[in-house]
Design a protein. Structure first.
Length: 456
């Protein structure tokens, strides 16, 4: 449907797009997951191999997305690909999951992370963390409403600060006494092999930390540089992120050793404390808060565009499909996203162990839909063989097959991990509610057709 005269324009530079992607990916997770992956692999070699495998799976997926974005550029990103490949019913369920589970849940959780840190700086009372969380969601929403150019500039500045902070962790780790070499004269490089279940679980957390590169698809209709520009953005972003993550893990191993890293509750803080003293540990709090800010901001940018695509396809949701050209963004999409995120904050949707709960809540749904996006590469080539593809997946069909196999394995691993947890059951209930809403939309369309002039 045509929801308005204004459409997305090519206003976003490559630097801004890379900053948005890096801002989504490099979040608070990199301060948490290295210790978890170390405890699951229990081997230097398998630890580094897990991070390299995560980078390769992400790259395979990025190349698939680059072809889809080049051939089918649209502000709806994955929603648009799923709609073209599998129909708008499947696409609706994906957009529903992003609006109700994936994006808004991440925004609320990260806002609480920011609030917990700011409470140590300025305590606002009994509900200080929640008040800070509400405040930062509103402030960053206003930034996005001001326009994509303003949002991209702010994101670039925050990412530069975050990368500088992570560089300090790397320097501190390598400058500290070699705890790993002292404790283990012969580091365990592939000396023991973790079980398939533990390795799969380690990969779930590694790829959670790499997660977010796929959101570049939502920027494809606004990116300067032609259809191949998304491929450049994805490859540059993932190359930079991979180097940063490998350096961070090697530095933590050097500073704490494998056993120290595996048992650490705050590895980054410990490493900074070893080199910079007490104020270095406080610096980590600033880094975590900044990581939360960059992830919230980037998630808001892409999440609102998913809502926009939803409004373009469904008449009852047409208000979401309005694009304000003057501000280069879907303002109504931002408003809905903010309302749901604030509701999750107000009702205290996350508990103290919210990081793992978020994995349990989102991972099974996320990897299942990503598997379907990978399959869309094959289906759209078959359905539209003559369409121009300025960028094609290298080593087709091997590359998309590797990506689909990895997604299927990770969906299974995440379900196995979370099967006994309450969060995954809540996630399934939310998806069932999506089926009910979809049924209501289909009924509305049927009634509208029957009432249309000339209908039998």
């Amino acid at each position: 449907m045509d929801a308005g005269a204004d459409d997305p324009r090519h206003l976003l530079h490559t630097t801004g797009a890379v900053a948005i992607v890096v801002g989504i990916v490099v979040g608070a997770g990199i301060f948490k997951t290295p210790a978890m992956v170390a405890s699951m692999t229990q081997d230097h070699g398998w630890l580094i191999a897990a991070w390299l495998a995560g980078a390769l799976v992400s790259l395979a997926g990025a190349l698939c997305y680059a072809e889809l974005c080049a051939a089918h550029p649209h502000a709806g990103g994955e929603y648009h690909f799923l709609s073209g490949a599998w129909g708008k019913h499947v696409a609706f369920l994906y957009a529903w999951s992003k609006a109700m589970v994936i994006n808004t849940g991440s925004i609320a959780l990260l806002a609480y992370v920011f609030g917990d840190y700011m409470t140590r700086v300025v305590d606002l009372g009994a509900h200080s963390s929640a008040l800070w969380a509400v405040a930062i969601i509103i402030v960053l929403t206003v930034t996005n409403i001001l326009g994509l150019t303003v949002a991209a500039r702010l994101q670039t500045a925050m990412v530069l600060l975050l990368v500088g902070g992570l560089a300090a962790v790397v320097v501190a780790g390598f400058a500290a006494p070699a705890a790993g070499l002292t404790s283990h004269p012969a580091p365990t490089w592939f000396a023991s092999t973790p079980s398939a279940g533990m390795l799969g679980l380690a990969m779930v957390f590694v790829l959670l930390t790499f997660g977010g590169w796929n959101e570049a698809a939502y920027l494809s209709a606004e990116l300067r540089g032609g259809p191949r520009a998304v491929a450049r953005v994805l490859i540059v972003s993932l190359g930079f992120i991979t180097a940063l993550y490998l350096l961070a893990n090697l530095a933590l191993l050097h500073g704490l050793g494998l056993a120290g890293l595996a048992t650490s509750k705050a590895a980054g803080a410990e490493v900074l404390g070893l080199h910079f003293g007490a104020w270095g540990e406080r610096l980590l709090g600033v880094l975590v808060a900044l990581a939360a800010l960059t992830s919230i901001h980037s998630t808001m940018i892409v999440g609102a565009r998913s809502n926009y695509a939803l409004g373009r396809d469904w008449a009852p949701l047409r208000r979401l499909g309005r694009w304000q050209a003057g501000r280069a963004g879907p303002m109504n999409g931002h408003v809905l996203q903010t309302a749901i995120s604030l509701a999750l904050v107000v009702f205290g949707a996350f508990q103290a162990d919210g990081f793992e709960a978020t994995v349990e809540f989102t991972a099974p749904v996320f990897w299942t839909f990503l598997f379907m996006v990978g399959l869309a590469v094959f289906r759209l080539r078959r359905r539209h063989p003559g369409i121009a593809r300025p960028f094609r997946v290298p080593l087709y069909p091997l590359t998309p097959l590797v990506f689909c196999a990895a997604c299927a394995w990770l969906a299974w691993s995440s379900v196995s991990y979370a099967a006994s947890k309450a969060a995954v059951h809540v996630s399934l209930l939310v998806m069932l509610a999506g089926f009910v809403v979809l049924g209501g939309l289909l009924l509305h369309e049927r009634v509208a057709r029957q009432r249309a002039p000339g209908s039998p």
